[in-house]
Design a binder for this molecule. Structure first.
Ligand code: ACO
Length: 173
């Protein structure tokens, strides 16, 4: 499939919210942009399966989920890195903006579902994804940006500028 420029895509949010300082650090063959309504066909779920078990819901259900995320404006910021020659997704991530009543009606960014295709790991794509998401979170006015990760990923997030703080509690359904 030939590379599809942003202008021909239906994006989850405006690409202008992704800082050019981050995108210009990518190699020329890679493109960082918001998730698009047709990214099911570009291997979005394949990349997510690097992170955890993914059950393919089919394209229609995937699209309904995309529409549900976009129906909550200024809340979900899913991004992808696309390999231009193949028009396939090689990296994904999302920041979700939580609005609070405390801290002067402040908000918190929650980074979720970061994954880089195995063939592309170790090339700073994860770092670029995190920098793009933290910039979106800060530009949304969030007073902090947080995430959960395994012990083995702590060094990666430290390299991205995060510090370990507090603990995660989980009610397993
Ligand atoms: N342990 C130690 N250092 C690491 C690790 C690690 N597990 N992963 C990356 N680093 C270091 C790199 O060596 C690099 O260091 P350098 O700047 O000194 O060269 C720096 O962190 C940046 O690494 P990137 O090349 O940007 O990492 P990559 O593109 O491979 O992405 C990621 C890292 C996202 C963890 C990737 O390996 C991956 O997809 N793993 C499987 C899925 C996963 O665990 N995702 C994170 C889940 S947590 C969440 O989603 C909130």
């Amino acid at each position: 499939m030939p590379f599809t420029p942003d202008a021909q895509l239906d994006l989850a949010f405006s690409a202008e919210l992704i800082p050019s300082e981050v995108t210009k650090q990518l190699p020329a063959e890679l493109h960082l942009r918001p998730l698009a309504s047709t990214d099911y066909r570009r291997g979005h779920l394949d990349v997510l399966s690097v992170l955890t078990v993914v059950t393919d819901p089919g394209e229609d259900a995937w699209r309904a989920q995309f529409d549900a995320l976009r129906a909550a404006p200024r809340t979900y910021y899913p991004i992808v890195i696309v390999d231009r020659p193949s028009d396939r997704i090689v990296g994904v991530g999302c920041v979700f903006i939580e609005r609070k009543f405390l801290r002067g009606l402040g908000c918190v960014g929650h980074i979720e579902d970061i994954a880089v295709d195995k063939s592309q790991q170790g090339k700073k794509l994860g770092l670029r994804i995190i920098h793009a998401l933290t910039a979106i979170s800060e530009n949304s006015g969030c007073y902090k940006t947080i995430l959960n990760c395994s012990d083995s990923n702590i060094p990666f997030y430290e390299k991205c500028g995060f510090q370990k703080k507090e603990n995660e509690m989980c009610w397993q359904a």
